[in-house]
Design a protein around this ligand. Structure first.
Ligand code: ADE
Length: 351
């Protein structure tokens, strides 16, 4: 009697991947440079959002040398709307280090990659395995969810101890080769099958015959939900200063979003009267002030609650080191983070 072999974890996963992998631009031609760019863009950002940014970026910056030389202003313009702008500055610094210390060749080992700015254990494992087919694991929140459900892990997955257990589980199931495909296949199951909320598509999952959470009807409770730390809320008053159909913007010099342009703003929530008083105290000659409305923007750790005022000026007040931008400049020249979109869109539509 022939013995029926239970296919291994990796062979089930890779067979599924071969039939179901999405066609994604960085998968066509996974050169180390393209993998580096895509993995940085994909940190905390959805695949659908990244695709057009990746395509535009690769056309403008074809190799690591062009990335190492780009001006910050142009880099931020290419990154505009993708968020988490520190990734862009780190990516440029990483490119410069690769040019200076590695002759322009992206290093292949996790140990070397992890030394580079903006590259943590997950991204280093992803680049090493996907770009160079090195034996490495890449454990992110998606992989933690998939493995926790398969193994019935009901512990708090945010602890480093549990992460290490999961890493070990994955390491012990790596195939003999195809390390890059294995990494991407794990991500793919997490992204399109083993969905976090609502209903995971267990009937389409290559692991449904062995998945603890599926077999015990517990996909809604595994992984354990942990409460996230509360975000700090900051109130800001945003000024749309207009002079001769141009809007005043200024460069942020430090902290969150530094190097990017912003609308002038002050901490706190101003009333119309406070806004008038503020402009008077600065000596601005104002023809009128109008309340535009409130908007909010959520960053990873902080939330901005904004209140905006249109302030029409009668002179340009170059003393403030503002930059005056036309509509065309706002669209094509300066990079202004999404946090200000509500007010920038108002300017584009109403002026
Ligand atoms: N998320 C992070 N890296 C990814 C990749 N290479 N493909 C799809 N999703 C990802």
């Amino acid at each position: 009697m022939s013995k029926v072999q239970n296919p291994s974890f990796s062979s089930k996963l890779l067979a599924w991947y071969d039939n179901h992998a999405r066609v994604l631009p960085w998968r066509d031609d996974p050169t180390p440079y393209r993998v580096l760019i895509s993995e940085i863009m994909l940190q905390q950002t959805r695949v659908e959002t990244v695709i057009p940014y990746f395509e535009r970026f690769i056309i403008r910056l074809t190799d690591i040398f062009s990335l190492a030389k780009i001006s910050d202003d142009e880099l931020f313009k290419l990154w505009e709307g993708l968020g988490y702008y520190r990734r862009a500055s780190n990516l440029k610094r990483t490119a410069q280090i690769i040019v200076d210390q590695y002759k322009g060749i992206v290093p292949n080992s996790v140990d070397a990659l992890i030394q580079l700015p903006g590259i943590g254990a997950y991204t280093a494992g992803a680049i090493s395995s996907i770009a160079y087919n090195q034996k490495a694991t890449a454990i992110d929140g998606n992989v933690i969810r998939v493995i926790s459900r398969i193994t019935g892990n009901k512990k708090n997955t945010t602890t480093s101890e549990v992460k290490k257990e999961i890493e070990k589980f994955v390491w012990n199931r790596l195939p003999m080769n195809r390390f890059g495909d294995f990494t991407q296949a794990m991500m793919e199951v997490g992204a399109i099958i083993c969905l976090p909320n609502g209903t995971p598509k267990c009937n389409e999952c290559p692991f449904s015959d062995e998945c603890y959470a599926f077999l015990h009807n517990q996909t809604d409770v595994i992984p354990l939900k942990t409460s996230k730390p509360k975000r700090l809320v900051e109130e800001l008053t945003v000024f749309i200063y207009i002079y001769q159909n141009q809007i005043a913007i200024r460069k942020r010099e430090e902290g969150l979003l530094s190097g990017l342009f912003e609308l002038p703003n002050e901490q706190g929530k101003f009333t119309h009267a406070m806004c008038e008083e503020y402009c008077n105290s600065k000596g601005y000659r104002v023809s009128n002030i109008q309340m535009i409305g409130t908007s909010k923007h959520i960053f990873s750790h902080i939330e901005w609650k904004m209140n905006g005022f249109l302030v029409n000026l009668e002179s340009d007040f170059s003393i403030e080191h503002w930059t005056w931008a036309t509509k065309n400049d706002v669209l094509n020249k300066y990079s202004i983070p999404k946090a200000f979109s509500f007010y920038i869109d108002w300017f584009l539509l109403n002026r």
